[in-house]
Ligand binder design. Sequence first.
Ligand code: SAM
Length: 236
Amino acid sequence: MSRTPQGQRASLDKQPHEVAAMFDGVAARYDLTNTVLSFGQDRSWRRATRAALGLRPGERVLDVGAGTGVSTEELAHSGAYAVGADLSLGMLQAGKRTRPSVPLLAGDALRLPFADASFDAVTISFALRNVNDTDAALAELARVTRPGGRLVVCEFSTPVNPAFRTVYLSYLMRSLPAVARAVSSNPDAYVYLAESIRAWPDQAALAGRIGAAGWGRVAWRNLTGGVVALHRAVRN
Ligand SMILES: C[S@@+](CC[C@H](N)C(=O)[O-])C[C@H]1O[C@@H](n2cnc3c(N)ncnc32)[C@H](O)[C@@H]1O
């Protein structure tokens, strides 16, 4: 864990206790900081995630790395039964305060507290990047999904236009930490955010990892020019 006068951030090898402690530190202002740093785009990314899942009323959907439940709450608008799981008790407590009606549980993406084939659909928003074994998490998501069930991964990705990509990377590395200092309860976590986005596989590489972890019919769609990508897949 790196420490500075402002707070703490996880290292890029993403040890679970470091990641949980870092999110405990941002929990209090997580929702607000997200909306400010994404210029309000986070709401449309969440709506697109819900649409990509194609949820029907009465289906069961699991939101892994649910944090404060902001992503889980959006899923429930479909009429499906949506439950969130997260490693950070601080994020879960913040969620219980602000969204008492959203079911949130403590759970590790690598050892989910559910039986095989429990869900019609699973999703993970802005959290797969934080799990220290991406492939094991994708396989664990497949384990709890019924055959024919759906996966949507919503994650930061690689902007497709080279000029926009240059501007975006400069925002990530310079402006984002500065803005985070003004609004976040742990600005240092946003240095980790920028570094972890840069180190993350691009759209095609992530699709290959999903396909190798028990998922078929993998496809993706770029949002905001590829700042975010939605990867969809069906459980084999
Ligand atoms: C950036 S937040 C995303 C929260 C929410 N899904 C959203 O869209 O705003 C990432 C979350 O992933 C959680 N997380 C990281 N590693 C995890 C793991 N191994 N198992 C479960 N949750 C994890 C963190 O605690 C954090 O709450």
